[in-house]
Design a protein around this ligand. Structure first.
Ligand SMILES: Nc1ncnc2c1ncn2[C@@H]1O[C@H](COP(=O)(O)OP(=O)(O)OP(=O)(O)O)[C@@H](O)[C@H]1O
Length: 557
């Protein structure tokens, strides 16, 4: 078991995503739990208690901007409590390790559940998403936007008697942490193409409406088994988010489609607030079931009136036109928070430099190979140039150029890796690449693969094969002339058989053998009788000849 900070021991990995690996862990028996540390903002922990710990990837953990943001976000994440939100209990910073300590949820995530059990009924999908919308409404009221809503980030917890399941939204704040000025706006952003809102894809200002868009995609997937926009490449999917209207599948009842369609509006101002969405989904859920009363069905049909947009959506700082200023503010505030944390006055976040319990983040985050088709992808930045600060050069970001080129040509464009040295928007030196992943330990579950766009060579250089010595010329094969030696050779046997057949035919046709056989004579009798006849014939012939000469000699008398 690996220690994390001074309070936790990692037991086994539960899964791996784009931003890190989630472990089942335990609060150490000897953990010092100072008064106020957990009680003030986080949840109280007890020695021996089982928790889930998300150890963030080394790329994130070794980025000073993200560490700053992590510390700054601490109080926001710890105060976010709701029955449908997985509670964050603690944040750990130790050397190059960043970890979020959460409640452990004993249940699958929605993505796995749908993959294994198939789509939900429209009624179940509506009521389940209503719970998620409740969680979003609470976080939006607190000014927190999730920004990575998708089935994999919703865990299904069971009620105490196990008869019911309810959704628990997790990974709050991860997108905020990853959205560091150093990482995302200049080089990459963390997001999931299948669930990304059009304004996020275009690098426009983001508000809580991006979560409502994500809820629309999620609902569509719950009832059909797949998201509405799919494609060969991430860019193709993003292009569809921007330009295509989703079609209503035949299995989706009209009231539910009204809700989904409103959530998926391209214009964020036309999407309902999360609060209104939750309310509308309950009306729909109760009006489309087999046992719905006529009044409930009637109310469901009129659900459009309940989907009023949010008059004051929560804004995501650092996106859109004011990004540069926000980024500066974030850095300043984060520096202050880091200094406070380093002093450690009653701060649940642990700041340790090395030490005997030093944890190797590589072992935790790079142990498991990944694999899923729809995983979170790390993609080239979508941020507009206006976000890059005063030194940002003029002209669109290269990724935006690719996207608009694809849109204009209406064809698929491949996403290419943007060499940081050539990225006009990148001002920081690049980190060392992460070491190659270690082998998966025995008995660990297969995690889902997250696809990362890797650098491609500029041009494809076909590799030449080394010249080989010409093979020596072979002499034509010599054929051995056919010999007929007799029985040893098949050809000889066949030849002998042929000769015997010819002899037999000749004997049978030109000798009296058939006649003898017909008379039943044996060889000796037949031969002797034949010789006698021949002898008789010859003697008769001789005496006849003699008698013809006698008159000539007898004429003298
Ligand atoms: N609090 C938790 N309790 C129990 N299991 C959890 C908890 N949080 C996450 N998991 C499990 O860990 C897996 C990985 O979680 P993680 O959030 O890293 O993955 P993800 O959401 O698929 O990826 P991403 O980083 O793209 O959001 C999840 O699929 C889930 O099964």
């Amino acid at each position: 078991m690996r220690p994390v900070g001074s309070k936790y021991l990692l037991e086994e990995p539960l899964g791996r995503g784009a931003t890190g690996t989630v472990w089942r862990a335990r609060v150490r028996e000897d953990a010092a739990l100072p008064e106020g540390v957990d009680g003030a903002e986080g949840a109280p922990s007890h020695p021996g208690e089982v928790v889930a710990i998300k150890v963030l990837k080394e790329e994130l953990a070794s980025d000073p901007d993200i560490v700053m943001r992590f510390l700054r976000e601490r109080s926001v994440l710890l105060r976010l409590t709701h029955p449908n939100i997985v509670r964050t209990r603690d944040l750990v910073v130790e050397g190059e390790l960043l970890a979020l300590v959460m409640d452990l949820v004993n249940g699958p995530d929605l993505h796995c559940y749908v993959r294994e059990n198939g789509p939900f009924t429209p009624m179940a999908a509506a009521l389940l998403t209503a719970g998620i919308a409740d969680a979003l409404a609470a976080s939006h009221a607190d000014g927190i936007v999730h920004r990575d809503l998708k089935p994999a980030n919703v865990l299904l917890a069971s009620s105490e008697d196990g008869s019911q399941m309810y959704p628990m939204l997790t990974d709050f704040g991860i997108a905020r942490l990853a959205d560091s000025p150093g990482v995302t706006r200049t080089h990459e952003f963390v997001g999931t193409p299948a669930y990304v809102a059009p304004e996020s894809a275009e690098g426009r200002e983001q508000t809580s409406a991006v979560d409502v868009y994500g809820a629309g995609i999620l609902m569509y997937e719950l009832v059909t088994g797949h998201p509405p926009f799919r494609g060969e490449s991430a860019l193709e999917v993003l292009h569809q988010h921007l330009s295509q209207d989703p079609r209503r599948p035949s299995t989706v009842p009209e009231p539910l489609w009204t809700v989904i369609e409103r959530c998926l509006r391209k214009n964020p101002d036309e999407r309902p607030s999360a609060e209104n969405l939750a309310c509308a989904l309950r009306v729909v859920g109760h009006g489309i079931g087999a046992h719905a009363t006529p009044q409930a069905a009637e109310a469901a049909l009129g659900v459009g009136t309940l989907l009023a947009p949010d008059p004051a959506p929560a804004r995501v700082p650092g996106t859109g036109a004011g990004a540069a200023a926000a980024a500066g503010a974030v850095a300043g505030a984060a520096a202050g928070a880091a200094a406070a944390a380093a002093m450690g006055g009653g701060d649940p976040t642990q700041v340790m430099q090395g030490g005997s319990h030093a944890y190797d983040p590589n072992a935790a985050t790079s142990v498991l190979p990944g694999s899923a088709a729809d995983g979170t992808r790390v993609m080239p930045s979508t941020g507009p140039q206006g976000q890059q600060g005063p030194q940002a050069p003029q002209g669109p970001h290269p990724w935006e150029s690719q996207l608009s080129a694809a849109r204009n040509r209406n064809q698929q464009t491949e996403i290419g890796y943007l060499d940081p040295s050539q990225d006009p928007l990148r001002h920081r030196p690049r980190r060392q690449p992460a070491p190659a992943p270690a082998q998966q330990p025995y008995g660990q579950p297969q995690p889902q693969q997250r696809q990362r766009y890797e650098p491609r060579p500029e041009r494809y250089e076909p590799q030449r094969r080394p010249e080989r010595e010409p093979a020596p010329r072979r002499e034509p094969r010599q054929r051995t002339p056919m010999r007929i030696p007799g029985l040893g050779c098949l050809k000889g046997c066949l030849f002998m058989i042929f000769i015997l057949v010819v002899i037999f035919v000749l004997v049978w046709n030109f000798t009296p053998v058939p006649h003898w056989i017909a008379k039943g004579e044996n060889w000796y009798e037949a031969t002797s009788s034949w010789i006698k006849s021949a002898y008789h014939w010859v003697t008769t012939l001789g005496s006849a000849a003699r008698s013809m000469h006698i008159p000539k000699s007898g004429g003298l008398g």
